[in-house]
Design a binder for this molecule. Structure first.
Ligand SMILES: Nc1nc2c(ncn2[C@@H]2O[C@H](COP(=O)(O)OP(=O)(O)O)[C@@H](O)[C@H]2O)c(=O)[nH]1
Ligand SMILES: [Mg+2]
Length: 314
């Protein structure tokens, strides 16, 4: 779970720390793939468009989004707006950027405790993302509290507590098996009483097909809302970027059942499936709040559309 415990940083230094370096695999697939396919003034014909389609799909941009992009390429090619494949390269970069939502930032400035409820399947990176987020809010001078809402596994509660102690971030927890909604509610009461700026609630991993567990999330939201109709201020889904098209289905299902306000995408450092970020933005129309590009505490970046596209293409 919390690999910040690992002391060995050699891996990080090798990988390099710029976004471009961290996204190297996706950059190789998408950026280099497109430049070798398109640059060099080839004519735009059906063969080239077929190859382009294949490339976009294998870069995990998804069939729906790829269709949409290709449709606009065809229209512009037939209107002679696109004269050759070099102009197509620039056109695609632009078209992909437009699929992303411009304003993705999570604004936590309120005059009350801002509550972030973090949901997702097992292993997506929820707890790690919470640790990174808590630290970054703390560095910005904000007071943070965590709620150990993953009450299924003793280790999950314990690890969050240990991590919280080390980082001087209070963690509200109860014994394993206790009701997640009541843990989170208690944490909320405590955070409010102490004027904490941001409360981040962890939850147990679940699949959208697990009805009882999805109901638990609904209950958490209901209990919070009873107290303050604005809470949770953010319901954030964490998904593993390496799960490609599966990530899109997860996002759709979670959105349908619990209602999301933002998505964070982890593990983009280890995968060539980074194209999924475009598909998620396009199909869900939800902001991508943060991207995880490594296991270290500083490896969570607020998502910025232009920076992301530049890191893949420039
Ligand atoms: N490489 C990499 N690993 C990550 C990232 N985010 C999380 N992980 C790893 O994914 C695994 C599962 O994370 P965890 O937070 O326990 O997932 P949870 O079950 O959703 O709480 C851990 O080994 C994390 O270190 C990331 O951005 N990059
Ligand atoms: Mg966890």
């Amino acid at each position: 779970m919390f690999n910040f415990f690992k002391k060995d940083k050699s891996d990080k230094i090798e990988k390099g720390s710029t976004l471009k370096q961290r996204l190297a695999k996706s950059r190789q697939k998408l950026g280099s793939g497109l430049s070798s396919l398109l640059l060099g003034k080839k004519v735009i014909d059906e063969d080239l468009l077929d190859e382009l389609e294949m490339l976009l799909i294998t870069a995990d941009i998804g069939i729906n989004t790829t269709d949409k992009v290709l449709e606009s390429v065809r229209q512009n090619a037939s209107r002679k707006v696109l004269k050759d494949s070099d102009s197509l390269y620039e056109f695609l970069k632009d078209a992909l950027t437009k699929l992303l939502i411009e304003d993705n930032q999570l604004n936590t400035d309120t005059n009350e405790t801002f509550v972030i409820l973090v949901v997702g399947i097992n292993g997506a990176g929820k707890t790690t993302t919470i640790g990174k987020l808590a630290k970054s809010f703390q560095n910005q001078g904000k007071s943070v509290m965590l709620a150990a809402g993953d009450t299924f596994r003793a280790a999950a509660v314990e690890q969050l507590k240990v991590w919280g102690e080390r980082n001087e971030i209070p963690v509200v927890a109860q014994t394993t098996g206790s009701d997640a909604a009541s843990v989170i509610y208690d944490a909320y009461e405590s955070a409010k009483a102490k004027n904490i700026d941001i409360l981040i609630a962890d939850t147990a991993g679940r699949l959208h097909t697990q009805g009882n567990l999805m109901q638990e999330l609904e209950k958490i939201k209901r209990v919070l809302k009873k107290h303050n109709e604005n809470a949770p201020h953010e319901t954030m889904l964490v998904i593993d970027g390496g799960s490609g098209q599966n990530a899109i289905n997860q996002a759709k299902e979670f959105n349908k059942t619990v209602g999301l306000s933002g998505i964070s995408i982890t593990k983009l450092d280890g995968t060539a499936k980074g194209g999924v970020v475009f598909a998620i933005s396009d199909e869900l129309k939800l902001p991508v709040r943060y991207i995880g590009v490594g296991e270290g505490i500083n490896d969570l970046k607020p998502f910025n559309a232009k920076e992301f596209v530049d890191a893949l293409f420039e």
